[in-house]
Design a protein around this ligand. Structure first.
Ligand code: FES
Length: 289
C-alpha cells in the first residue's frame, strides 16, 4: 500500500456537465485542516484534488487527519450499508469524467473522500462500479461476538446489534457494539477490499442532539438508533485500526477510542470534524466517456 498521500497530486477545477452543480467542492477549506493543500503537480487520472470531508477526529499519534465517515443506510430487511453518492459526469481538465457526489446534510459527500492509501485504484471506488453498498462481515474480526455469530460475507443487520447498550468487547468501559465489515468489494481481489467499521452506541444517539456546524450532517449520516460507520484505513500508513479491540490501546489512553496498532494513532469516533486533504486521482482512463 503506497503512502501516496505524502506526494499528492492536485487536479484542477471542474464544472458539472450533467447533474447537480456542486459549488462547494473547492470552496471553504474546512476548519482544523492540516492537510498539505496547495502542493500542485501535473494532474494524472480522474477525480481527486483538494477535498473537504467529514471524518472521525484523529486525537493522538502520527496520523495527519481523521478517517472519513460513511453515511449509514438501512434496508427494509434491516441490512446495514453505506450511502454511495450520486454518479454524475463532470468536466475536468477539458475531459468528461464520472464522479460520485451528493449534497447531504449541508456537506458535499463525495467518493473522493475515500481516495487515499491506494483505495483510489480499487474497483469499488469507481463511481459507477456494480457493487453492493451493504456492509458484509469481514474475516478475522478482532471481536469475539462477530467471529462466533457471523461468517465472512454475512450482511450486517440491525438485529445483530440489539444488545449494544453496555456491550463489552473486553477493552475499555462497556457500551457500544462494534463490527468490522467490507464495503463495495464483491468479487474483487483481496487486496482491493474496502475496510469499514460500524458501531451502534448510545454516544451516537447523543451526538445527534448536539447541533453545531456538523449537526445536520450527523443527523443525515447516522441513524436514530445509534448506527455510524467510517472507512477504516488509518490516514498515517494505511493500517486497519479498531474500536475497543486491542488491549495495548490502554497504555496509550485509547481504550475507549479507535486505536491503530501500527504507530499508535488514536481516533475518537464520537467527535466528527470537517477537514480537507488532497484526494489522489483514480487511474488514468477510468470513468471517462
Ligand atoms: S498509526 Fe501508522 S498506520 Fe496507523
Amino acid at each position: 500500500m503506497a503512502d501516496n498521500d505524502k506526494y499528492p497530486t492536485e487536479s484542477g477545477r471542474r464544472r458539472f456537465v450533467k447533474g447537480v452543480v456542486g459549488a462547494g467542492v473547492l470552496a471553504g477549506v474546512g476548519s482544523g485542516a492540516a492537510a498539505a493543500i496547495g502542493t500542485a503537480t501535473d494532474p494524472t487520472g480522474a477525480g481527486g484534488g483538494i477535498t473537504e470531508f467529514v471524518g472521525i477526529e484523529n486525537t493522538e499519534g502520527p496520523a495527519p487527519r481523521g478517517m472519513p465517515v460513511i453515511p449509514i443506510q438501512i434496508a427494509d430487511n434491516g441490512d446495514i450499508g453505506g450511502v454511495w453518492p450520486e454518479v454524475q459526469t463532470v468536466e475536468e481538465q477539458g475531459q468528461e469524467i464520472q464522479i460520485a457526489e451528493t449534497q447531504l446534510g449541508g456537506q458535499t459527500y463525495s467518493s473522493e473522500w475515500f481516495q487515499y492509501c491506494g483505495i483510489q485504484t480499487y474497483a469499488g471506488i469507481q463511481p459507477d462500479a456494480d457493487q453492493e453498498n451493504t456492509f458484509f462481515s469481514a474475516a478475522d474480526s478482532p471481536y469475539d461476538w462477530q467471529n462466533e455469530e457471523l461468517s465472512e460475507g454475512d450482511p450486517l443487520n440491525v438485529s445483530q446489534f440489539e444488545d449494544y447498550e453496555g456491550f463489552e468487547t473486553g477493552v475499555g468501559t462497556p457500551g457500544g457494539k462494534p463490527a468490522m465489515a467490507n464495503w463495495r468489494s464483491q468479487d474483487v481481489e483481496g487486496s482491493q477490499t474496502i475496510p469499514v467499521q460500524v458501531i451502534r452506541s448510545q454516544e451516537v444517539i447523543e451526538m445527534r442532539q448536539q447541533g453545531g456546524p456538523l449537526g445536520e450532517f450527523i443527523q443525515a449520516a447516522t441513524t436514530e438508533d445509534g448506527f455510524m460507520a467510517w472507512l477504516d484505513k488509518c490516514t498515517h500508513f494505511c493500517c486497519v485500526p479498531a474500536f475497543k479491540a486491542y488491549s495495548d490501546s490502554t497504555r496509550f489512553g485509547a481504550a475507549n477510542d479507535v486505536y491503530c496498532q501500527c504507530h499508535q494513532s488514536v481516533y475518537d469516533p464520537y467527535s466528527w470534524i470537517a477537514s480537507s486533504f488532497v484526494a489522489l486521482p483514480r487511474p488514468e482512463g477510468d470513468g471517462g466517456e
